[in-house]
Ligand binder design. Structure first.
Ligand SMILES: [Mg+2]
Length: 172
């Protein structure tokens, strides 16, 4: 049970990708970023990246991070979005399973311990990243409509989060 709890605990939490500090990632030895798409980089109904996201991705690369999108969503949605961002992507990923994480890591030429997973879901992004020994960053999901299944998972996530994150604030 304690092991499962550890697998569900993110190393960092942030209100959005824009609040993540590059030096906090570097301090943990991170060189590559594996990015969730839906509700992390963009709302589910947003087909293309906005200006703020493009600038953030440019900055990530200027800061020396290799970047890959990793999404459970389907090819058409994921690859169109990624092409517009100018970054590689792995779609239909079946997170939290390991295989697609490994493919994304291979794409950016980074070992698991030198990569951070950034995503909005504990049971896909955080669990999958922790299983491989990656640095995991949980961001607050962007607002917008979600699948009924995702909404149910959110209830469980909130329950887990209340127990993971102490009332004084998130783990640094
Ligand atoms: Mg997501």
């Amino acid at each position: 049970m304690r092991r499962l709890w550890r697998l569900l605990t993110p190393d960092l939490v942030a209100p959005s990708i824009y609040a993540i500090r590059w030096d906090a990632l570097r301090a943990r030895g991170v060189r590559g970023l594996i990015l969730d798409l839906d509700n992390t980089l963009a709302r589910r109904d947003q087909p293309l990246p906005d200006e703020a996201l493009r600038r953030w991705l440019d900055e990530a690369r200027q800061q020396g991070f290799a970047v890959c999108i990793l999404s459970n969503n389907l090819e058409q949605r994921v690859q169109r979005f990624a092409r517009a961002c100018g970054v590689p992507a792995v779609h239909s990923a079946t997170k939290p399973r390991r295989r697609a994480f490994l493919r994304a890591l291979q794409t950016i030429g980074t070992e698991p311990a030198q990569a951070a997973v950034i995503g909005d879901q504990i049971f896909t992004d955080v669990l999958g990243g922790n299983r491989l020994g990656m640095v995991t960053v949980l961001v607050t999901p962007l607002p917008g409509r979600e699948f009924i299944g995702t909404r149910l998972v959110r209830l469980v996530e909130r329950w887990v989060l209340r127990r993971l994150v102490p009332p004084g604030g998130p783990p640094a």
